[in-house]
Design a binder for this molecule. Structure first.
Ligand SMILES: [Mn+2]
Length: 316
């Protein structure tokens, strides 16, 4: 057993209170990681963790196993410091949001993450930025620790992989496929999991279709820019994955930038790339992420952010 695994197990065993969280506006991998960890600790140590998030959980994640265990952080009593906090799939400290004080206050903080991050905050870091999803790291941890698991855990691990790799499109290497192979052998049904995601509100799909219809194209159509105005933003589910996926299917498009009017002078930028890494662009905008899927929040007007983003793709 790895040394980190041993330390984590000791900390879980000695903790009376355990807090689990992930990045703000949790996506499939973030939420699945929290809930899989919750269930693994419950099954193996009989302890119930407190699971919190900041922001919104996409509607599409409504039916994933144990969804009801995760609570918006303001609805939970966080006044007493937790013995142990585990921060999963968070990226950088900019992405944590309102759960940060409770994580900082914990007596011991463990981070488990697959994002590139030069400013780690965990007392124990179980990180690997070559992994395709944080749930891949949980799978490795579960096997290394020899933990018991159930169907819920297996489904959540698979769900994290499917969502973070865009159904394997962004698989960083063969490991996530081998893990998925094992999960399928143990009984999970990929088709059923994908079907779970197909429950978006009609207005969401229609809004995202409208965003695609109004997209603009630059640099010989290699860059698609899609703008989500304040009204459309209300109906977006999560990051607008449907629109991003449709734009990515257009012949010749290599880069996608989706600009979301979240608040007055607050623009969420989601970047996607087919071949060339764009995480550096996200970092220059004050955000971060993966080689081919990254993002940032920029505090400026929509027009200024749009001009800036277009300029940044010049010569790429
Ligand atoms: Mn992730």
């Amino acid at each position: 057993m790895k040394n980190e695994t041993k330390i984590l197990i000791d900390k879980i065993k000695s903790a009376n209170t355990i807090l689990l969280s992930a990045h703000k506006n949790p996506d499939g991998d973030a939420l699945s990681s929290i809930l899989a960890m919750y269930q693994l600790i419950y099954l193996n140590y009989g302890k119930e963790c407190v699971c919190i998030y900041d922001g919104n959980v996409p509607e599409a994640l409504r039916y994933i196993p144990l969804r009801g265990r995760a609570h918006y952080y303001e609805q939970v009593d966080l006044s007493q410091p937790f013995d142990l906090a585990i921060l999963l799939d968070y990226g950088t400290t900019n992405n944590i949001g309102g759960t940060r004080p409770a994580l900082d206050a914990a007596k011991f903080l463990v981070e488990i993450d697959h994002h590139r991050n030069d400013n780690k905050i965990g007392n124990l870091c179980i990180d690997d930025d070559t992994a395709s999803a944080t749930t891949c790291l949980l799978y490795d941890l579960m096997m290394d620790a020899g933990w018991e698991f159930d169907d819920k855990v297996l489904n959540l691990l698979a769900f994290g992989i499917l969502t973070d790799t865009g159904n394997f499109k962004y698989a960083k290497d063969g490991r996530c496929l081998r893990i998925m192979g094992d999960l399928v052998d143990r009984g999970i049904e990929i088709n059923r999991l994908l079907e779970l995601l197909n429950n978006k509100p009609r207005k969401t799909i229609q809004t995202e279709a409208g965003v695609v219809a109004n997209a603009e194209f630059f640099y010989k159509n290699r860059l698609a820019i899609a703008v989500v105005d304040a009204d459309a933003y209300k109906h977006l589910d999560g990051r607008g994955e449907t629109a991003l996926s449709l734009l990515g299917q257009i012949k010749g498009v290599e880069f996608i930038a989706m600009l979301k009017h979240q608040k007055e002078n607050q623009i969420g930028v989601s970047l996607r790339s087919k071949y060339i890494p764009i995480n550096k662009i996200a970092e220059k905008l004050g955000g971060g992420g993966h080689m081919c899927a990254a993002g940032a929040v920029v505090y400026d007007t929509l027009d200024n952010v749009k001009d800036k983003v277009i300029q940044m793709f010049k010569g790429m």
